[in-house]
Design a binder for this molecule. Structure first.
Ligand code: NAI
Length: 273
């Protein structure tokens, strides 16, 4: 009997089915936070379409997750700035999974320069990849998702969407846009009675390949940069991808059925200061 209880607990630990039967679409899923989120959703019972512009890395990630959770994930190349590709890939997702009820707009790029240093083309690029992408994703997913409700949209903003820095004018602007856009989408869905919720998440420094981009802009070694970033965080560490994946899991699941138009900060306390 002890063995049986232990086995049940073991199974529960590996798979508690918090999003059992759900059908999810995750952008920027090839690596970093998107990969961790996709893995978490598959582990907790959802089918997941992984979408990313980097098709090579995307295939590797699809294979890795499917090896552990066979048949749970599918991948498709998507440039989140392309209106046509959004429509095509969402149709693919509906067909492959038999529906769609979770959208995680995670793809994004970082940028670190001030108003005087930033070329207009760079500003426009960051806005396109980080903000327009979320507009397109919500716009084209909602008409599909409303047929498979209850549904949940999780948009990745950043703590930089709530707090500004002198050297991130494009990123601050783009991520602040995602923050309020999420609330407008939430209110629209509620008003229409769609049973689709929409919330934004606001991570601070998380240990993903995006940190490599920061490295290129500094003279530090990776461990030195991580230590420097950690010093700015009250909890004295930077985050792990799973810290974000658990937040998305909660917002994606029906556990958060009364939560919409809200922002969830995953920032080790930075914004409390
Ligand atoms: P990452 O750079 O490791 O991964 C981003 C993924 O998005 C890559 O797989 C990339 O190929 C994909 N991508 C980039 N442009 C794309 C496009 N046009 N179309 C489709 N896919 C595209 O970054 P990370 O850290 O995983 O970031 C994910 C999200 O989280 C981003 O929106 C980022 O701004 C946000 N974020 C990250 C934080 C961090 O410290 N890692 C902190 C706060 C927010």
């Amino acid at each position: 009997n002890y063995k049986k209880i232990n086995k049940d607990l073991g199974d529960q630990k590996n798979m508690s089915g918090r999003v059992n039967g759900k059908m999810a679409f995750v952008t920027g899923a090839a690596q970093g936070l998107g990969e961790a989120i996709s893995y978490m959703l598959a582990k907790e019972g959802a089918k997941v379409v992984l979408a990313d512009i980097n098709s090579e890395k995307l295939k590797e990630t699809e294979e890795k997750i499917n090896n552990e959770f066979p048949g749970k994930v599918f991948s498709i190349k998507l440039d989140v700035t392309s209106e046509q590709e959004w429509q095509d890939t969402l149709a693919f997702a509906e067909e492959k999974m038999g529906g769609l009820n979770i959208l995680v707009n995670n793809a994004g790029i970082g940028e670190g320069s001030s108003i005087e240093e930033t070329d207009y083309e760079i500003f426009q690029k960051v806005m396109k990849v980080d903000t327009d992408s979320v507009f397109l994703g919500c716009k084209y997913a909602i008409p599909i998702m409303k047929n498979y409700s209850p549904g949940s949209i999780v948009n990745t903003s950043s703590i930089a969407g709530l707090i500004a820095g002198h050297n991130m004018v494009s990123y601050n602007t783009a991520k602040a846009g995602v923050w309020l856009m999420s609330k407008s989408v939430a209110l629209h869905c509620a008003r229409q009675g769609y049973k689709i919720r929409c919330n934004s998440i606001h991570p601070t420094f998380i240990d993903t390949p995006i940190i490599e981009g920061m490295l290129n802009r500094s003279n530090l070694k990776k461990e030195e940069l991580k230590a420097k970033l950690a010093k700015q965080v009250p909890l004295n560490t930077i985050g792990d991808p799973d810290d974000v994946a658990y937040a998305v899991l909660y917002l994606a699941s029906d556990e958060s059925k009364f939560v919409t138009g809200s922002e969830l900060k995953i920032d080790g306390g930075i914004s409390a200061m």
